[in-house]
Design a binder for this molecule. Structure first.
Ligand code: PLP
Length: 373
């Protein structure tokens, strides 16, 4: 299989599998006996590694079961911790943020848009000048790859006294991120996006203001995410994070070259395309609209040719809806309909790109014929 859907999930790194298997037998890290202390020391070292790699203190590291959970805890918890009812976010956020904001709106929250431009990049920060319960902005967009101006957003939010949550699920492991330098209040990440185990996420949370707990229970993870911690998941996450950050510079150059090669093949050999990914963007993303095609049939035709790709947008029962990101970018219907995301990762090879270049012109021609029927 030619796998170009790394933004959805990326294969586990061998270092993460080894760390995960090694810790799989650990018991409850809160046990007050030798086996508990042993599990605790594995968990502590995973926590210390994450803190060192992401520029924060170990106490600010909260292990969760997913990026979605980390986003939920941050947005709901910071909202609940504030007197204000105002939430600021761009319309291009992931559903793990948007759906939470919409649910809070149905309970009385006022949602204020942070407008984005034609590349889904936040372009007007003035909404941040009025204090809010919480502002949220993703570090990099999961569909298009656009990198947001987080330092400027953090500065404006801090000046107004608004806590900022950064959904960095697509960026952690690909870009160097220093939590304290970022000046965010909370940050979400997910292990399976950088070669760790699926079902393990991260929330970095400053001591104050801390999100109010969404779940109640045993008080683990500062009470912010109670529940017995998955020690093996944490160990696998830390190993994957270390390896991805050790090689990120080399991978950034290598993957950007492969991505650019694919982009230039597409724009040279296929008519009527719009490249939606515009710099500054993750080196791993290439989002293209093939006008006159339908994303769903493109995915099926690619799959038949042994190539795994997606549109990158939320998928309900296997049928893609029009992307809310393209809608926020004011893309027309043809551009939204024919959108496809190629996303590269650490295991992507020259050969993968060569296979796509060889198959793509025929697949697009077939998809256009099918769409014209
Ligand atoms: N936020 C962004 C930007 C994502 O891309 C994703 C996953 O695609 C998530 C949150 C959710 O992460 P998880 O799959 O770990 O729940």
């Amino acid at each position: 299989m030619t796998y170009l859907d790394h933004a959805a999930t990326t294969p586990m790194r061998q270092s993460a599998i080894d760390a995960w298997v090694h810790a799989a037998g650990e018991l409850n890290p809160n046990g007050q006996y030798a086996a508990g202390r042993k599990a605790r020391s594995v968990l502590d070292s995973a926590r210390e590694s994450v803190a060192e790699l992401l520029g924060c203190e170990p106490i600010e590291v909260i292990f969760t079961a997913s990026g979605t959970e980390a986003d939920n805890i941050a947005l709901q918890g910071l909202y609940a911790a504030s007197e204000s009812r105002r939430i600021i976010l761009p319309p291009s956020e992931h559903s793990a943020i948007r759906d939470v904001a919409n649910a809070l709106a149905s309970q009385g929250a006022e949602i204020v848009d942070l407008p984005v431009d034609g590349a889904a990049r936040v372009c007007d920060l003035s909404a941040l000048d009025t204090q809010a319960a919480v502002a949220a902005c993703m570090y990099a967009n999961n569909e298009i790859g656009t990198i947001q101006p987080i330092p400027e957003i953090a500065e404006r939010a801090a000046a107004a006294g608004t806590p900022l949550h950064v959904d960095a699920v697509q960026a952690v492991g690909k870009l160097p991120i220093h939590f304290h330098e970022l000046q965010a209040t909370t940050l979400a990440a997910s292990a399976h996006k950088f070669g760790g185990p699926r079902g393990t996420g991260l929330l970095l949370a400053k001591r104050t203001p801390a999100p109010k707990p969404v779940y109640l229970g045993g008080g683990q993870e500062r009470g912010i995410r109670p529940g017995t911690v998955d020690v093996a998941g944490a160990a696998g996450l830390a190993a994957a994070l270390r390896e991805s950050l050790e090689e990120h510079e080399q991978q950034r150059v290598r993957l950007a070259q492969l991505r650019d090669k694919l982009r230039s093949f597409i724009t040279t050999h296929i008519d009527d395309v719009v490249v939606n990914t515009v710099e500054p963007a993750l080196p791993t993303h290439l989002h293209v609209s093939f006008l006159g095609t339908d994303g769903d049939s493109l995915i099926m035709l690619m799959d038949r040719a042994g190539i795994a790709v997606s549109t990158g947008s939320a998928c309900a029962a296997g049928v893609n809806r029009f992307s809310h990101v393209l809608e926020a970018m004011k893309a027309d219907e043809a551009r939204a309909r024919g959108a496809l995301r190629f996303s590269l990762g650490y295991s992507t090879t020259e050969e993968d790109i060569a296979v796509v270049c060889q198959q793509l012109p025929d697949i697009i021609a077939t998809a256009r014929k099918v769409a014209a029927l």
